[in-house]
Design a binder for this molecule. Structure first.
Ligand code: HGY
Ligand code: MN
Ligand code: MN
Length: 426
């Protein structure tokens, strides 16, 4: 077993894990949440701005220089032995889903700040820099698409994404400019491959596997492919009291049939196939009006794009058939495509060695959840460290992690950095 890399570092590791957790908790309340009594922190809101202000202070106290790029990414940099060295980027997202959990995203950022602070306090410099990044839009909880911040860093952000509007009709570009970003300079946020060594994201598992097997940490093998679609079924609005059932062109029961079809097709699938309707709206949305239209979202994922696409095709055909049979019009719009993303085998190996240094089994597992790492994989080799979360619950205020698991994750990350240093000096 390697010497414990935390020896000689003036940190009380358990207290350390407690601090990372406590910082996520601190950011779970206003002004870092848009809503009293829950955590909702959407991209480019005042809650997002408040979180970046506090994160900047924590990054600076950890010995980092701090900047924001044109896409509103917050980037702390701990310089290497030689200024301008390639960077190991450690990060995750600071935005949340509506009424979400406190650790989905922020924990990976806090742990990055912790490991840099440990190195800084020990005066250790590496043959590479370390950058800690807080991505602002991984969830896509404000605008229809997501991952715009990591896409900006990778240089793959489609300009059309800047025109996407939120429920109030505000575009990404308008919100970004108001936030202090620069929609016209997004291209400047892109990093050159030669400046980036690797990307490491520590993240809660958001599933039940680690807890069920009594494991604190896991090594991610790949991230599932996903597609986001909006379905609109149009009928004829009418009076709820005077229109006989047989004379209705009501899109609501058609939408219900379509959602059942999505469930049936995904239940019958393999390869981790899942389908979710997270948002549904009847328009105009009055008790006494037969809806003129119904809109609902579909999030369809699988371990491979092929399985994902076969399911999307089957559901699309069924929705069309339902609409035709009922004399309605169906329109399905593709909002986002994310290909499955494998983690880098050699970095996975370093993570596994790090876990065994801590006498922990090196459990490999796929991620059904999407992460910025799947976008960063277009820029550099990526690795993900999963952290057990209680009951596998996530995207829910009941999301919880233990201080001990946070401390173990930080130690594993330090061991990982140690091994990366040895590899870079070889
Ligand atoms: O949707 C996801 O998988 C991630 O939590 N954004
Ligand atoms: Mn997340
Ligand atoms: Mn999430």
């Amino acid at each position: 077993m390697e010497a414990d890399v935390t020896e000689g570092l003036d940190i009380d590791v358990l207290a350390w894990g407690a601090r990372a957790k406590a910082r996520c908790d601190a950011l779970g309340l206003p002004p870092y949440s848009e809503v009293e009594g829950q955590l909702t922190r959407r991209f480019l809101t005042p809650a997002h701005a408040a979180a970046l202000t506090t994160l900047s202070e924590w990054m600076a106290a950890a010995g980092m220089s701090v900047r924001r790029d044109a896409a509103a990414n917050l980037i702390g940099r701990y310089e290497g032995e030689t200024p301008g060295a390639k960077a190991l980027i450690i990060g995750s997202h600071i935005d949340s889903v509506r009424n979400g959990g406190r650790y989905d995203g922020p924990l990976g950022i806090m742990l990055g700040v912790d490991v840099v602070e440990a190195l800084h306090r020990a005066g250790r410099r590496l043959p590479f820099a370390i950058e800690v990044v807080a991505f602002g839009d991984e969830e896509g909880s404000r605008f229809p698409a997501s991952m715009s911040c990591s896409r900006a860093i990778v240089g793959s952000l489609d300009p059309s994404a800047l025109a996407m509007k939120d429920a109030d009709g505000v575009s990404v570009a308008q919100a970004l400019a108001a936030f202090g970003g620069d929609p016209d300079a997004i291209a400047a946020a892109a990093r050159r491959p030669e400046d980036v060594l690797a990307f490491l994201e520590a993240h809660i598992e958001q599933g039940p596997v680690l807890e069920a097997e009594g494991l604190a940490l896991g090594v991610v093998t790949a991230i599932a492919a996903q597609k986001r679609l909006m379905v609109r079924i149009e009928g004829v609005a009418g009076h709820a009291g005077t229109t006989p059932m047989a004379l209705r062109n009501d899109p609501a029961p058609a939408a219900a049939e379509a959602m059942l079809a999505l469930e049936r097709i995904c239940r019958a699938g393999a390869d981790g196939l899942v389908g979710t309707v997270g948002r549904m709206t009847a328009l105009p949305g009055a008790f006494n009006v037969i809806p003129g239209a119904v809109e609902f979202s579909m999030d369809i994922r699988a371990e491979t794009s092929a399985t994902r696409d076969a399911a999307v095709e089957a559901v699309t055909a069924e929705i069309q058939a339902i609409a035709d049979r009922r004399g309605l019009r169906a329109e399905i719009t593709l909002m986002q495509v994310l290909a499955e993303s494998p983690c880098d085998p050699s970095l996975m190996g370093l993570l596994e060695e790090s876990l065994s240094d801590l006498s922990l089994p090196a459990r490999r597992l796929p991620s059904g959840a999407g992460h910025d790492a799947m976008v960063m994989a277009d820029l550099c080799p990526v690795a993900m460290l999963f952290i057990r979360c209680e009951g596998g619950i996530s995207h829910n205020p009941a999301e919880a992690v233990s201080e001990a698991d946070c401390a173990l994750a930080a130690q594993a990350m330090l061991h990982f950095i140690d091994k990366l240093e040895r590899r870079e000096r070889a």
